[in-house]
Design a protein around this ligand. Structure first.
Ligand SMILES: [Zn+2]
Length: 485
């Protein structure tokens, strides 16, 4: 073979089946949609394999054709038309690339559309149909993806991120491309095995037993037991027949070893059931702590309304409880409320106006808050930094509520409250507050721990409820822990 021809593209979104927000074309346009060849040097995380691939191309080791790169803020089910349009764009890019030896896809893995629960499996199968049986397919996806039989069957190589928070995406992309190139050279022949743990949960890998488990699988990889061992966490808020934690092991041609290792890692994960995430603090207990803060600021993470998991980010349950308890000198954000934001922008800085904030997207958002506010600052194009990038907030306003001594940030785009800049760029000093409320589960931590004296992950109502027993699953395969013993 001469220089291999590689086609690479990326398409993904994390879908929360319980979110009322249909994900459409405009959600990709708002975050990330680059047509074939239009992506510059700033490679989004979903397209991480492009970094090593571009390096190989520059070194003359491959010929690279780049296709579409599209990602959206997590939300509810994709409209079927959106999925078909974007999948069609990616497949057309692939078709016009001509004969390829390798297709590399950056996916999320938990993408579902109306009437199509396994978009990722569907997409990989359609790629397979287009390129035939001989060319190879290598896929990098998020550990919150849902691993389906279709994905495993249609792809030669599948690797998901090992760490949550996802600090190892670039490393996993390098590993994927190293292995894919070795496959093309005929040096290795992947043999895959899957073990289904029949459990749904959240798995933090930066401390405790999950950290040890990830260290164990890395040691097994280093020792040559397997080419890759991926713990596919699954996504608690997906609701598909494949939603479950699954272990995917890839060895060099040894299917029996792959099955044994998958079983062993699966047993280790099952043994950790219930211990893999930080305990949540009940809402009323968190409010009591906020009312009695001695060392400010206390940070409350409203994890059930995290837009990073597809929630609307406009829930008011926790805010209402804090108001009832008389908790002042509080800053909260980023509240998704396009109407309130537009009204604040129209009034402009230093204006005082009556504003109805939050509680609009669905019944799980709670009641709207009717507040008299002073506009502190506004922006037509706000953003918040995270992981070396700026994440768009759309239009945004910083507000002060004199009656409660609250500071609020509202925006027209749903974005996680990743960093204190979400407040400080809109005229609010977060470090000077007694209580901070952030709409985020996990990714706020790195930037906020520098200013927060204490952090509570709060168990409030919302679309991203952390108790699977309270979620209205309809399609998940039973039995599964913790819904069934
Ligand atoms: Zn994830």
């Amino acid at each position: 073979m001469g220089v291999p021809h590689v086609f690479a593209a990326a398409f993904g979104v994390e879908v929360n089946a319980f979110s009322p927000l249909a994900t459409g074309r405009h959600d990709f346009a708002a975050l990330c949609h680059h047509q074939a060849g239009a992506l510059g040097d700033d490679v989004p995380l979903i397209a991480a394999p492009l970094v090593p691939l571009r390096r190989l191309q520059a070194a003359g080791q491959i010929s690279l054709s780049e296709g579409m790169v599209a990602a959206a803020q997590p939300g509810g089910l994709l409209t079927r038309a959106t999925y078909e349009a974007l999948a069609g764009e990616l497949l057309a890019d692939l078709a016009s690339a001509g004969n390829v030896d390798l297709v590399v896809l950056g996916l999320h893995g938990a993408m579902s559309a109306h009437g199509l629960p396994d978009c990722d499996g569907d997409l990989i199968m359609r790629v397979r149909q287009l390129i035939g049986p001989r060319a190879r397919i290598a896929v990098l996806f998020d550990s919150h993806g849902t691993l389906s039989a279709a994905m495993v069957e249609a792809a030669d190589l599948l690797i998901c991120y090992k760490e949550y928070p996802h600090t190892d995406i670039a490393d996993c992309a390098e590993r994927l491309i190293d292995l894919a190139m070795a496959i093309l050279r005929g040096e290795i022949t992947p043999a895959k095995a899957v073990h289904d743990c029949r459990m749904i949960s959240v798995y933090h890998t930066m401390h405790g037993p999950m950290q040890a488990l990830v260290a164990d699988l890395r040691a097994r990889e280093t020792a040559g037991e397997a080419l890759d061992i991926s713990i596919v966490h699954g996504f608690v808020w997906a609701d598909t027949p494949d939603t479950s934690a699954r272990i995917l092991v890839t060895t060099n041609g040894d299917a029996a070893s792959a099955r044994r290792i998958a079983r062993e890692i699966g047993a280790q994960l099952r043994a950790l059931a219930g211990t893999t995430h930080a305990p949540l603090v009940p809402m009323q207990a968190a409010v009591a702590r906020a009312a009695a803060v001695s060392t400010p600021p206390l940070l409350l993470a409203d994890t059930a309304d995290n837009p990073g998991g597809g929630a609307p980010s406009d829930a008011t349950w926790l805010l209402e409880a804090l108001a009832d308890a008389g908790v002042g000198n509080l800053a909260a954000g980023i509240i998704w409320d396009p109407v309130a934001t537009e009204l604040a922008l129209a009034a402009g800085p230093r204006a005082r106006l009556a504003l109805r904030v939050g509680g609009k997207a669905c019944s799980l958002s709670g009641r709207p808050l009717d507040l008299e506010v002073d506009v502190l600052a506004t922006s037509d194009q706000a953003s918040v930094p995270f992981s070396g990038r700026e994440w768009p907030m759309g239009k945004a306003a910083g507000l002060h509520v004199p009656a409660l001594d609250w500071y609020l940030v509202v925006s027209t785009l749903r974005t996680q409250c990743f960093a204190p800049e979400a407040f400080s760029r809109l005229g609010i000093d977060p470090a000077a507050r007694r209580v901070l409320l952030v709409k985020s589960s996990q990714h706020f931590y790195a930037a906020f721990r520098a200013i927060a004296a204490d952090i509570l992950i709060v168990d409030a109502p919302g679309v991203l409820d952390h108790d699977p027993g309270r979620l209205p699953y309809r399609h998940i395969t039973r039995p599964i822990w913790p819904l069934d013993p």
